[in-house]
Ligand binder design. Structure first.
Ligand code: ADP
Ligand code: MG
Length: 252
């Protein structure tokens, strides 16, 4: 398959029950190669569950996940996931955290150093390379967690509300940073969030989940350019769309 066409991820009729609790009631969605698909839904609707199924960490009750047409049957380096709390190892420096994946993939020391240096630069964390995660701010830790996963160069990146724990200003800076990073990369991203602004700032498209048992009730293209910075927040079209989408989330 040509490089440019790799990285599609499709969920077909995904259902997931925990005992009597039906969380996902038949989710259908498809992330196209290279796009950022925001999956928006109310708290408790099953977003984290959906992401774990997409990652292959859990098996659906029925339905299937396909990556580039191949069934997902378990975790794979083809899919990198950043959990809500991030994933840095507390006992490793940031640099060593970023090097874990590439080293495990068999990259040479020189190759790994080059990759990690590039990521430290793109995350603006060069001067913290030798720091332990506990001495980093929340925003830096989340940037580091995303960089750690990107270091494995997965064609598909799965993000679970990565900035939910941050204050509003830091979150906005993170959105600008991540938006430009993702739009400049060939990685396909599925971002789940309850935050309408986050979904619209980062997504090329938006899939809206209903409350439990959740299904995709609507999909829409996000009609704003790739260089969406904080200025878009005061664009009347953005304000109107945000309020319309919020209404739908509250009704879903
Ligand atoms: N492993 C599990 N066992 C039992 N119930 C679970 C499990 N994981 C999630 N749930 C339940 O599934 C529902 C959806 O959870 P979750 O996917 O975390 O929602 P969200 O991420 O949208 O807030 C919740 O009611 C939660 O308690
Ligand atoms: Mg969650």
């Amino acid at each position: 398959m040509p490089e440019g066409e790799r990285g599609s991820l499709t969920a077909r009729g995904l259902r997931k029950a925990f005992g009597d609790l039906l969380v996902l009631g038949g989710v259908d969605l498809a992330a196209r190669p290279g796009e950022v698909l925001s999956v928006l839904g109310p708290s408790g609707c099953g977003k984290s569950t959906l992401l774990r199924l997409l990652a292959g960490f859990e098996r659906p009750t029925s339905g299937e996940v396909l990556q580039d047409g191949e069934p997902v049957r378990g975790p794979s380096p083809l899919r990198g996931m950043v959990a809500q709390a991030g994933g840095l190892f507390p006992w490793l420096t940031l640099r060593d955290n970023l090097a874990v994946g590439p080293r495990a993939q068999g990259r040479s020391r020189a190759e790994t150093t080059e990759l990690v240096d590039g990521l430290l630069a793109r995350t603006g964390l060069e001067e913290f390379a030798q720091s332990l995660p506990r001495s980093l701010s929340g925003g830096m830790r989340q940037r580091g967690s995303i960089a750690q996963v990107l270091a494995c160069r997965p064609p598909v990146l799965l993000l679970d509300e990565p900035f939910a724990a941050l204050d509003a200003q830091t979150r906005l800076r993170m959105h600008e940073w991540l938006g430009s990073l993702l739009r400049a990369s060939p990685t396909t991203t599925v971002l789940v969030t309850h935050d309408v602004e986050e979904a619209l700032l980062l997504g090329d498209r938006l899939a809206l989940l209903s409350a439990r048992p959740s299904t995709v009730v609507e999909e829409l293209a996000v009609p704003f350019g790739p260089d969406r910075g904080r200025a878009v927040l005061s664009d009347p079209a953005f304000v109107a769309l945000k309020s319309e989408v919020l209404d739908r989330v509250l009704r879903a």
